[in-house]
Design a protein around this ligand. Structure first.
Ligand code: GLU
Ligand code: MG
Length: 447
């Protein structure tokens, strides 16, 4: 954004505080806010941050095994192009930020910088990725007994739309004012569960919009007396909150996942990308389903997917090959990665997907046969014959798979992954010591 325009907005909207927001590997949006008079200095050299802050768990606890301890400094460097006045909070604005070294280089743990690297790797091959993060979340309002979901009604229920309506239109308005294009809205299967699919975007913007989306959902809810939770599985009895990732690879002007002659209109590139994803599950899940609670979501027959496989329009597959819209197939055929939830850091999740997909493309990996039914309806033997594995039942299993995955380790950087594993293992042991209530405290409202 041009400086003059930015300054005009600060003045006209009477902005008192501008947040410089980053999302650390723990998936929580954090930041520091500054007064508009500091703008020049902060755009020039950022805001100080102790380097260990990128290694803390959701409990703000710094593991003693982390390489980064309280000595050492990095800078939160806001990206002026992401400036937005917060439509739901008068007097406040935000910029998304990278985390940099004191010399102004990307800090080795900065997730946003990692995604920029992966996008450059794609660009070097003439490729670009289009992505949409598709969040589900639970909307609650206050009752005499505490915060309760706003409805106990059905999936796509029109009556549930009525109950959520005082929140939904202000939310859509706030999203669109920030350049997020809302395509649809519907209540989903769980009590109070909502979904608002948004338009896909190229490269970094899609991950930035995922941060802005969640910030806005939370902020509009608070402004209207509601609370939202992005926790993947609030109760074993409820449908989980997923965050499926829709994506397609493009060259200058063509969707490279589409081939009218291919089975299900899929190109060889799409098949190889899926081959990479399936090869690197469950290591990928350490980054896309990154909380202990994430693993409670993977339950058979709950549409979360729970076996490693792919299938055309199969909502129980790890990768759903989404059929294109009639007459617009070339533009709309895409892949949907399902073992992801909204506690993920979208920069890490998308980087990991690209890393796995590039491995698939480079090595022409075969995703195997498509699965045309719900894997839960097959016998264990039939699943074995189709090479389907059940997902890990806990986060530690996915972390161990990541630790042993040379492609993701070297692609994402050993220091980064070592620190991530240390941080996540500290989080697991804290939650183990606190029990189910500790897990709720960790994940219910922090994301
Ligand atoms: N709630 C399901 C999940 O946990 C997804 C339902 C759907 O297909 O939208 O991923
Ligand atoms: Mg859904």
């Amino acid at each position: 954004m041009q400086r003059e325009l930015l300054e005009k907005q600060l003045r006209e909207q009477k902005i008192e505080l501008v947040r410089a927001i980053y999302m650390g590997p723990d998936g929580i949006t954090r930041g520091k806010a500054f007064r508009p008079g500091e703008l020049d200095a902060i755009l020039e050299s950022g805001i100080g941050l102790t380097q260990a802050q990128m290694s803390v768990t959701v409990f703000d606890h710094l593991p003693s095994l982390s390489k980064y301890q309280p000595v050492g400094e990095v800078r939160i460097r806001p990206d002026v192009d992401t400036f937005q006045v917060l439509p739901y909070l008068p007097g406040h604005a935000r910029m998304l930020a990278d985390v940099e070294t004191l010399q102004g280089d990307p800090w080795e743990l900065c997730p946003r910088s990692l995604l920029k690297d992966f996008l450059s790797r794609l660009a070097a091959r003439g490729l670009q990725i289009q992505t949409a993060f598709e969040n589900e979340f639970t909307l609650s309002d206050q009752t005499e007994t505490g915060w309760e979901p706003v409805d106990q009604l059905n999936c796509f229920s029109s009556a549930a739309m009525d109950l959520a309506s005082p929140f939904i239109l202000p939310l859509i308005d706030a999203l669109e004012q920030q350049g997020i294009k809302v395509e649809k809205y519907y209540p989903e299967a769980g009590p109070g569960q909502q979904e608002i699919p948004i338009r896909h975007q190229a490269g970094l913007l899609a991950a930035d919009q995922q941060v802005v989306f969640k910030e806005t959902v939370r902020g509009v809810a608070l402004a209207h007396g509601y609370r939202v939770s992005f926790m993947p599985k609030i109760s074993p009895a409820f449908a989980g909150n997923g965050c499926h990732i829709h994506f397609s690879l493009w060259d200058e002007n063509r969707n490279l996942f589409y081939d009218p002659a291919g089975e299900f209109n899929l190109s060889g590139t799409a098949r190889h990308f899926m081959g990479g994803i399936l090869k690197h599950l469950p290591a990928l899940m350490a980054l896309t389903a990154p909380t202990t609670n994430s693993y409670r979501r993977f339950v058979e027959r709950c549409w979360s997917s729970s076996y490693t496989c792919w299938g055309p329009d199969n909502r129980e597959a790890s990768v759903r090959a989404a059929s294109g819209y009639q007459g617009q197939e070339a533009a709309t055929v895409n892949l949907e990665y399902r073992p992801c939830d909204p506690t993920c850091n979208p920069y890490l999740a998308l980087s990991a997907l690209i890393c796995a997909g590039l491995d698939g493309i480079e090595n022409e990996l075969d995703p195997g046969d498509p699965v045309l039914t719900d894997p839960a309806l097959l016998s264990a033997e039939e699943r074995r014959a189709l090479n389907m594995n059940a997902y890990p039942t806990d986060l530690e299993t996915a972390l161990s798979a990541l630790e042993q995955n040379p492609v993701l380790l070297s692609g994402l950087g050993e220091n980064r992954i070592t620190d991530y594993l240390t941080m996540k293992r500290a989080e697991i042991s804290m939650i183990d010591s606190l029990g189910d209530e500790g897990e709720r405290q960790a994940y219910e409202f922090r994301f």
